[in-house]
Design a protein. Structure first.
Length: 188
């Protein structure tokens, strides 16, 4: 992940390139080149780009990483106070809680508050089970609520649905040795 100093270094090089293109545009006007107005446009674009890169170097951006969280997909987001994420069906309860914390952190945005009068973001977690061949069943596993006012909300309200979590398929034991492994211990 790039750091603030990386962005400041990139802004320095982008600024130098902007000045060089600006000098080239000035030469275009002096020598009445046909592309002189295009060079002015490129110089303006480079100036805006340099300003953006410089701004990224001033404002630190960090992403909270919650240990134990698994990959999730956002399947619904109204842009204000409600979102739904999907997780794999083989998730464990501890991974589920960590993933809910990760999602609450990742989906935080101060711009969400302007969309509605509520001050809390609700993220619901679901998975898809396949009880029979050709049959898919949505299973909501829980929800987490967080403040839209505080960036690092320590007061997350995590609520698991115990009946739904109990329906998750149990992961096979990793210590178990299968018959195939006994027959061919080299794994070839």
């Amino acid at each position: 992940m790039p750091t603030m100093s990386d962005f400041l270094e990139a802004a320095k090089w982008s600024g130098a390139l902007t000045l060089a293109i600006g000098a080239l545009a000035l030469c275009g006007f002096i020598f009445k080149w046909g592309i002189r107005f295009r060079l002015v446009g490129v110089t303006g674009f480079m100036a805006v780009l340099t300003g953006g890169i410089f701004a990224l170097g001033l404002v630190p951006f960090t992403r909270t990483v919650v240990p134990g969280a698994v990959h999730f997909s956002r399947v619904y987001d109204n842009g204000a106070t409600q979102a739904v994420i999907a997780v794999p069906p083989d998730i464990t309860q501890s991974q589920l809680q960590a993933t809910m914390q990760q999602a609450a952190s990742d989906l935080f945005s101060p711009g969400r508050m302007g969309q509605s009068g509520e001050e809390q973001l609700t993220v619901r977690v679901r998975t898809v089970l396949h009880p029979d061949e050709g049959v898919s069943e949505l299973l909501y596993l829980g929800e987490v609520r967080r403040s839209l006012l505080v960036r690092n909300d320590e007061q997350l309200d995590i609520h698991l649905y115990p009946d739904a979590v109990a329906r998750l398929p149990k992961a096979p034991a990793t210590d178990a040795v299968t018959d195939a492994q006994l027959a061919d211990p080299a794994g070839s």
